[in-house]
Design a protein around this ligand. Structure first.
Ligand SMILES: NC(=O)C1=CN([C@@H]2O[C@H](COP(=O)(O)OP(=O)(O)OC[C@H]3O[C@@H](n4cnc5c(N)ncnc54)[C@H](OP(=O)(O)O)[C@@H]3O)[C@@H](O)[C@H]2O)[C@@H](O)CC1
Ligand SMILES: Nc1ncnc2c1ncn2[C@@H]1O[C@H](COP(=O)(O)OP(=O)(O)O)[C@@H](O)[C@H]1O
Ligand SMILES: [K+]
Length: 481
């Protein structure tokens, strides 16, 4: 499990840890880890040209101490000081003692210095930052972006919002971010995540003072393997769970077929289909149990999926919501569902909007959702008393309970942005719900499998939703191997 903590939590944990350690010990741990990561990013240290973009806070301090370590090993290190009179004094002394030099952002030689560097360390601002880079720092980000040098951000790319992943103005684009103690939510959530490049976590001993429950978390193979259902010797198809799919319409039969394709590979023992696309579903998947009744009379299921390809038919959506089993609401179902009916349910509801659908439900623009995903997913979960999986470049899952960490799916790929792949996801997540997973676990495991299946199906070339569904078993095997 990857954990991320908000700035306030990190600060509290750092204060507690610092009180137990000699002065400056934590910064030395951070600088040592940072210098080692920089050394690994360079073909050789001796003779390398390293530029430190240095703000006046402790982020700049880490950077100067790391620069001093690299200078001692023979690198040519120059610090561009944003605020020479307020630079971390001891760290600056350490750099100068090690043979490093300093300059300013406005010095005529600074652009060529940055352009000719092998490595640029971004120590402008860390968790003390708010808003995009200030006018005096923004040109340095532009120069770094234009330079062929490797850019390493210290703790986080300067200019991003650490707690939310929002980017409100100019910000550094890094190849590598070396972060200290714990991930910050912004390192995991787009658009900020894109600024971070690959992320390396340095242990500075903070785990001992951080709260056990993070603010944001990201599952890995072992976590998902522990969630996925396994049939036992006593299992039969009913005990494994039956998932009902009330989806598709005369106009959109394909959505039903794709939701069934996902559901059949999601761990439930059987898939029951109700709706106008029964012929299309049976032609493709004869293993489906088809009923000509609505969700309430179709026979027992342990979870319903409703909405994909529903068009304007609100009846099956309302009927599924009136049952006492978990319901997954997707696509048209999100628009057709009555909010009060969702809020009044006693069994859990899982909603799976993309940014456009989330925007419509929240009454904001799609851009607002995409630029502030964490806020959007939490607002929806609270507003509907439901678990919400917000799809897109970063898929997030939130429960209505603010104290439960928001999950970030790490496996997605933009190749999944293909018609119908969301229908496969809804069937898959519904199947896991029917197999007995909680909405949070079903949604996270489904997104993880779906993202991996998308990668396998695409292998770097365009793919289609059916292929994503067919790749789910391979993803499942790899996760549980
Ligand atoms: N605490 C610890 O034990 C440890 C902390 N560690 C490190 O400390 C970092 C936190 O340090 P911090 O608290 O000093 O804040 P920091 O991120 O350097 O920012 C303050 C500076 O930024 C400036 N500034 C603000 N916004 C800006 C903007 N938009 N654009 C431009 N500038 C902006 C602000 O200016 P001011 O408002 O003062 O004028 C001030 O100069 C943390 O990320 C980690 O790297 C590690 O060593 C591990 C141990
Ligand atoms: N840029 C992206 N990066 C990663 N995944 C993406 C991206 N864009 C879309 N996806 C994924 O592709 C799927 C598309 O779902 P959806 O928008 O509902 O499509 P449809 O309605 O056609 O089925 C979702 O799983 C979503 O997370
Ligand atoms: K930084």
């Amino acid at each position: 499990m990857r954990s991320a903590h908000r700035v306030e939590t990190v600060r509290t944990a750092e204060r507690t840890l610092m009180a137990q350690l000699p002065d400056g010990a934590l910064m030395q741990r951070a600088a040592a880890g940072l210098a080692a990561a920089c050394a690994a990013a360079l073909p050789h240290i001796y003779g390398s040209r390293i530029v430190l973009l240095t703000g006046s806070g402790d982020n700049g301090g880490d950077t100067l101490y790391a620069g001093a370590r690299l200078a001692k090993r023979g690198a040519g290190v120059t610090a561009v000081l944003l605020n020479p009179t307020r630079t971390h004094p001891e760290a600056l002394k350490a750099l100068l003692r090690a043979g490093g030099t300093t300059t300013t952002p406005t010095a005529p030689t600074t652009p060529s210095l940055i352009n000719r560097a092998d490595l640029i360390l971004d120590g402008i601002v860390g968790i003390g930052g708010k808003g995009g880079l200030r006018p005096e720092a923004a040109p340095l980000a532009e120069l770094a972006a234009a330079s062929p040098a490797t850019v390493v951000s210290v703790d986080l790319p300067s200019g991003i919002e650490p707690d939310t992943g929002e980017v409100n103005g100019p910000a550094i684009h890094a190849d590598l971010t070396v972060t200290f103690g714990t991930h910050k939510p912004g390192l995991l959530i787009d658009p900020a995540r894109e600024h971070a490049g690959s992320v390396r976590l340095i242990d500075i001993g903070l785990a001992s003072t951080l709260p056990a429950t993070p603010d944001v978390e990201s599952l890995q193979h072992a976590d998902v393997a522990a969630l996925l259902p396994h049939p036992s010797p006593e299992s039969d198809k009913y005990r494994r769970g039956v998932v009902g799919i009330a989806a598709g319409s005369a106009r959109y039969p394909g959505a039903a077929v794709l939701a069934v394709a996902g559901a059949l590979r999601g761990g439930a023992g059987a898939v029951r289909y109700v709706g106008p696309a029964a012929d299309a579903v049976l032609t493709r998947f004869p293993e489906t149990l088809v009923s000509d009744k609505g969700p309430r009379k179709a026979g027992r299921v342990q979870a319903w999926v409703t909405g994909p390809g529903a068009g304007d038919d609100a009846a099956p959506v309302a009927e599924a919501l009136s049952t006492d089993v978990p319901v997954l609401l997707d696509a048209d179902g999100l628009r057709l569902a009555d909010r009060d009916a969702v809020r009044a349910r006693t069994a859990p509801t899982l909603m799976t909007p993309h940014a456009g659908e989330a925007a419509a439900l929240l009454g904001v623009s799609r851009e607002e959702v995409e630029s502030a995903r964490l806020t959007a997913v939490r607002d929806l979960a609270r507003g509907y008393h439901a678990t919400v999986l917000l799809k897109g470049s970063t898929t997030l899952i939130a429960t209505p309970d603010d104290d439960t960490p928001v999950r970030v799916n790490p496996t997605g790929t933009p190749w999944l942005a293909t018609a119908g792949s969301g229908d496969v996801l809804s069937g898959l997540a519904g199947s896991l719900l029917a197999a007995g997973l909680s909405p949070l676990d079903a949604a996270s495991a489904a997104a993880y499998l779906h993202g991996l299946a998308g990668r396998y199906a695409a292998k770097g070339a365009p793919t289609i939703a059916q292929d994503v569904a067919e790749a789910i078993p391979a993803a499942w095997r790899d996760i549980t191997a």
